[in-house]
Design a protein around this ligand. Structure first.
Ligand SMILES: Nc1nc2c(ncn2[C@@H]2O[C@H](COP(=O)(O)OP(=O)(O)OP(=O)(O)O)[C@@H](O)[C@H]2O)c(=O)[nH]1
Ligand SMILES: [Mg+2]
Ligand SMILES: [Zn+2]
Length: 475
């Protein structure tokens, strides 16, 4: 295992690319150049072409103008082949310019060079710049501009600031079309730093992707809900650092990366080929199931027919498992899978005879929130949920599949909106029927954090403080 957490001078950070999953050392990154030229007119101070310069009278000035022109030409904006090759199978890139740093240009059209390549040395000046923990973070280009735009040497996709310094876990959110993945992720990401407080952790996002994802998929009363994620699209990964302060004055930081996998790819073995890498490299899976995928909760006959088309939970588990079978050597899939029934607002009455309640934090005797997964509360909810779905044919199959094919799994119920939907007047678009109030959306993630060893289990009976907090939360 690479020592990605030592943080000591001389540490050797091994980075796993969050796009192509190839591994490389932190001092083998390539860089997108900070300096760029939009077109050939910018390459000469007077806008002359190379031919114009070559026609000048011979002189040292002419030589240097031509030399400068040729150097600058290597910094013209243009498509980058490695990057284009990566995104080809997803129709097109989903990377968008950041208005604050890229202006009107596409960041992926910047020239990319490798400081370790002899032919590229001319495009850099000076050595790598490293942060306090010795991670390579930037380098100056030959025009003196510092570039901190590190990219993977294999696929030329961008690595967020500080990515690679800490151990990384990848989490895929999967589920059939319309099961609620995008709504779930938008709500989860929007409230992540607040909900992590409940388990004593701080969550900081690393890139612009997280804010952009939430802004593009805003879940607000009066606004249309997100459109379905196209099957060919690959949304940008979402990056977070989780920080835990220890009593001895040290801190532990872990990075996790979340992927929104379009529903169509979860049932078709063909599409799994493009997206399989994301699922296969996942350290954890959040498997979202729409209640109407169970026959007992499918609302109408039509919906049942639709279900047959979009796939049952069995189809999804099968597709994932089949992607593993070739390499699995006849063993169960080891990736922890959080089986999460979405739209819990619709079925909470049936399952619990009451509304869904928020996850209760765990406190110590001084009233401080503990970094622990509330196993006790979860067990209570799970047993009722399992009972409700096990009488359904699709639920029975789901449970059997999980037992036979997956080593670590657990059941969850959540509601990303905490409320139903209504149609926006004069349109066919849906919007939340009122202010949203997400319930239990962090629980599958906390369970994975527990599996990854970020937080402990809490199994003791409710403390005085918990009872107080529960009573307070109910008010
Ligand atoms: N009642 C209720 N409905 C929800 C909730 N979350 C999502 N929905 C409904 O489910 C629909 C689909 O949600 P999406 O998040 O777009 O589904 P998806 O899984 O991303 O679908 P694809 O992008 O096609 O794979 C929404 O438009 C809402 O109508 C919820 O918490 N409660
Ligand atoms: Mg979606
Ligand atoms: Zn890569």
């Amino acid at each position: 295992m690479p020592d990605n957490s030592s943080g000591a001078a001389g540490a050797h950070y091994k980075i796993k690319c969050p796009y192509c999953f190839k591994e490389f050392s932190h001092d083998k990154v390539h860089f997108r150049m900070e300096t760029y030229f939009k077109d050939e007119y910018e390459l000469d101070p007077e806008g002359r072409s190379l031919e114009d310069l070559e026609e000048l009278d011979d002189s040292p000035k002419k030589e240097s103008l031509i030399e400068e022109y040729k150097l600058k030409r290597s910094f013209l904006l243009r498509p980058d082949q490695k990057y284009v090759d990566f995104w080809e199978k997803f129709s097109d890139t989903s990377e968008i310019p950041s208005p604050s740093t890229d202006g009107s240009i596409s960041p992926f059209e910047r020239a990319v060079y490798d400081p370790n390549h002899p032919a590229h040395k001319q495009f850099f000046s000076g050595e790598f710049e490293r942060d306090r923990d010795n991670l390579v973070v930037s380098i100056k280009d030959c025009f003196g501009k510092t570039t901190s735009r590190r990219v993977c040497p294999h696929c030329h996709n961008p690595l967020p600031r500080g990515y690679g310094k800490h151990a990384v876990k990848f989490i895929s959110v999967i589920g059939v079309t319309g099961s609620g993945k995008t709504v779930y992720l938008s709500q989860l990401i929007n409230g992540l730093s607040t909900s992590c407080v409940a388990v004593g952790l701080s969550a900081n996002y690393l890139s612009n992707n997280e804010r952009e994802f939430v802004e593009r998929n805003l879940i607000l009363h009066g606004l249309p809900l997100p459109e379905g994620t196209s099957g060919k699209e690959l949304a940008q990964p979402l990056f977070y650092n989780l920080i835990k302060g220890n009593d001895d004055g040290t801190i532990r930081t872990d990075t996790f990366v979340i992927y929104d996998i379009a529903g169509e790819n979860c049932v078709s073995p063909e599409s799994m080929k493009s997206y399989g890498e994301f699922v296969l490299n996942s350290s954890g899976i959040i498997f979202i199931i729409d209640p109407s995928q169970f026959l007992c909760w499918s609302e109408t006959r039509d919906k049942k027919i639709k279900n047959e088309k979009i796939g049952t939970p069995h189809d999804v588990l099968n597709t994932i498992y089949n992607a593993f079978v070739e390499d699995s050597g006849g063993v169960k899939c080891k990736i922890p899978i959080a089986v999460s029934i979405s739209k819990g607002d619709k079925i909470a009455g049936d399952v619990f005879s009451r509304h869904l309640e928020a996850v209760s934090p765990v406190f110590d005797e001084k009233g401080r929130k503990l970094p622990e997964f509330n196993v006790k509360e979860h067990e209570g909810i799970k047993s009722k949920l399992k009972k409700a779905i096990e009488i359904d044919p699709n639920g029975m199959t789901l449970n059997q599949d999980l037992q036979n094919m997956y080593e670590q799994y657990d059941y969850f119920i959540l509601s990303a909106m905490g409320i139903g939907t209504e149609i926006i007047e004069g349109t066919e678009l849906e919007t939340p029927a009122g202010p949203t109030n997400p319930k239990r959306i962090e629980e599958p993630l906390f369970w994975l954090f527990h599996r990854f060893g970020y937080i402990g289990p809490f199994e003791k009976p409710l403390t005085f403080w918990q009872k107080m907090s529960k009573a307070f939360a109910k008010k």
